[in-house]
Write a protein of this length. Structure first.
Length: 138
């Protein structure tokens, strides 16, 4: 498969990237208000508490919104068209990702469609979480 542009792990995101390498979607939640959030931060975006912890999300969610990109962004030339989506995890947070496993057409991408995470190793350091329709075998 063609390679995607790779993110750079930082101290704040190291746990996240270590998780994806193991096939786990690691996100954070707040011990004060119990809300889960994404992207990784050392404080709660809801109540600003610093009492936060990592946990492994279910990897299940639903398609919240998407666009089908026909214009190749830098580094994505081999991927057009592709689906840039916002997935709402069952735990609450929304994350930007790509939907794979379906032809990128609106009839295949109903809003609220159940999706599940899948992982794609891109390099020794980076495995990216992508989403596919729940129950599919992409
Ligand atoms: Zn909080």
């Amino acid at each position: 498969m063609p390679k995607r542009p790779l993110p750079e792990p930082t101290p704040e995101t190291r746990e996240y990237w270590e998780g994806t390498k193991r096939g786990e979607l690691r996100i954070q939640r707040c011990r004060s208000c119990s809300k889960a959030y994404f992207y990784p931060r050392p404080f709660c975006p809801w109540c600003a508490s610093k009492d936060v912890e990592w946990f492994t999300a279910s990897g299940k969610g639903k398609l919240y919104s998407y666009v089908i990109s026909h214009r190749p962004a830098h580094g994505f030339q081999d991927w057009t068209p592709y689906v840039i989506a916002i997935v709402e995890l069952d735990e609450g947070p929304r994350m930007m990702t790509n939907i794979i496993g379906v032809e990128p057409a609106p009839e295949n991408l109903p809003v609220d469609m159940p999706v599940e995470v899948t992982f794609e190793q891109q390099s020794d350091d980076i495995t990216v979480p992508l989403f596919r329709p729940a129950g599919s075998r992409a």
